[in-house]
Structure formats: structure tokens, C-alpha cells
Design a protein around this ligand. Sequence first.
Ligand code: PMP
Length: 381
Amino acid sequence: MAYFDNNSTTRPFPEVLDAVRSASDSLWANPSSPHRVGSQVRVRLEQAREEIGHSMGVDPAGLTFTSGATESNNAVLGWLANRKSLSGETALVSRIEHPSVLETARHLFANRIEYIPVNQDGLVEMGKVEELCKQKRPTIVSLLAAHNETGVLQPWKEVAQLCQEYGIWFHCDATQWMGKLDPQGFDLCSSFSFSAHKFGGPKGVGGMFSHEPVSWILGGGQEKEQRGGTENLPAIEGMRIAWRQTCNKLPIKQDVVAWKENFESQIQQDLPGVRIIGEKVARLWNTSFLMLPDFDNLGWVCKLDKLGYSLSTGSACSTARKEASELAGAIGLSYENGGRLLRVSSWLNTNELEWTNLAGALVQAHAELVEDRDQSGVVTL
Ligand code: PMP
């Protein structure tokens, strides 16, 4: 199978599997225990914090290990919503945030939420953010760094600087950025989140960086009193190795970037009517979000699966739900067009031949879908 669903999750590096197995075998003691085996685990935990924090360009003391970006996003929003000094204030969030930000903000801030709109490329415009910051004076602004479906890179650095000027907390969901692009610059944000399984690490582990202590899980005082619960050292160790492996492979070479570009040109030539969302704006080197000329996207996913290609219709979280993706509405697509979106996402282990063959597979899938329709006589989207 050629795997093109890396924005949903990546295959763990073999070195990560080894690191998790070995840490589970030898570093299983509780890092909070006072004896020597416990202390050895604590040392490794702090080494992981130092290594990951430094290579992300932030003070490791501000890095907290979590179960992943969903938890980190919930933590920041929950902590801010509960701060008594800020009660009654507004949250300004982009329309295209991941549900772990959007749903959380809706739940916590209810009618005190304001949205940053996006244009038809799925890009937040700085002018709008500035206007809304002036008008609404929010407590928090939340904008993701790179979008999980379109791959469109957002002006998070500019928004971070603007928020510093206005004295507003800026949270950045950096989940899709980390492991694909240069991790420097996030120190400008008040807080940011990431997940290890998006860069070849284990699932259920990630982190949150914050300039101020954000405490959200009460318990035994682990993680600098911010997140109670015994730390999962084997998973954290796996994340450290995944992060190191990934950093060694970045930045991405121009010829790898060209594989996706060639795929996009090929598919536009071979399948007239395909639209590439965000085509004209800066996007992640690994992501193509296609709006197909006809047939619903689940039909495409099934055909491609049979042909040996794993792709998804968009965010893995939204496939389980029946509603159209939030993003489709935000970029002005009709319900029907929202049902024709297909996400292609490669990663460091994808090769040129897989990209080239994918274009051919899409053409074949289309031909088979046409044949099925002609045989069944049923009119599809
Ligand atoms: N934010 C973004 C942008 C994501 O793509 C994801 C994963 N789909 C998350 C947050 C949540 O990550 P996790 O499921 O690892 O908590």
C-alpha cells in the first residue's frame, strides 16, 4: 500500500519502536519515586524536555508533556477561560481551527467567541485579525500554524507579534507544522501545542509550551504542578527519538517539494475540473487538498484503497462524523462540493514513484467510478 494519509498519522520510525521497547523494559520506575531507579527515569524525562525544548527554540522549563495536541489545546483554553481576572472576555479563534480548539472554545466561551474568517484559499488575512483585535479586545487569539486539511500556512508569526503589541495571549496549534517545517520562531507565541505521532513518534504523547505555567490536571503535582498523572516515559522517549530523527531530515530538499508539484500539474491535466484548494498560496510541502470534478469523496477513497492507496477525505476526526467539514463552509464551498474533497498527504518516507503512480491511480479510480455509474444507472454527485 502507498500511504498518503500522513496528516492523520505517520508511521513510527523503527528507532522509535526500539526506544519505546527499551525504555519500557529498563525505565519503567515512577519518575517521582525517591530511589535510584526512579531518579534514573526522572533524569531521562528531564533530558527529553531539554532536548526537545532547545531544538524547538524555547526554554525547556516551559515545556509540559501531555497526551497530545488535543489535551494541550484544551488545557490552554480551559485555563484561560477559568482565570477569574479574565472572566467575561472574548476568545478570537479562526474559523478553520482543529475541533480540539474550535469545539473547546465554543464550549468554554459560548457566546463570547468571535471568529477570524478565511478567504477562499483557506488563508487568514492579517488585516482582518488586526481589525478584530482592535474592535473586540479578546483575551486570547488562537490560530493554527498549518492547516491539517489544506496544508495552507497561516500568518502565525505576524499574529503572534500583533498579540504581543496588544498584550493578548496568542495560542498556536503547531501540530501540522512540527516535523515538516523549521520549528524556530514559536517562542513568539504565548503557548503552542504539538503531537508526536505527526512526526514519526508514538500516539498519545505530545506537548504544550507556555511562557506562563498553565495548570489543568490536579493530582500528584507532576509536570511542575501543571499536569497531574505519572509521566509516560517510554512514550516520551519515543517522541524524543522521533523528533531527533525528523530534525535530521529537515529542511526538505527542493526535489521532494517538486514531487508534489508535479503530481498536481499531472492531475490537473489528466482529470479536467480538479481544483486544488489553496493552490496559489504557501502550503505544506506534503499536502494537496483536491476538489474532485464528480462523485462523492468516500467513493474515491474506496476505489483508491482497492488500487493500493490510502487517502482520506479530510481530517481523520471528521470522517467519523457525518457533517461536512467546517473548512468547506469556511472557504465558501457548497454542501455538494464539500463532499468532493480528498486529502493527499505524504511524509518523509514517501518516494517519487508513489507520487507519480498516485496520479495514474486517480485517473483509473475515476474511470471505474464512471463505469460503475453507467452500469447502475444511479445519478451520483
Ligand atoms: N491539531 C491539529 C491541527 C491536528 O491535525 C490534530 C490531529 N488531527 C490535532 C490538533 C489533535 O492531535 P491529537 O489527535 O494527537 O491529539
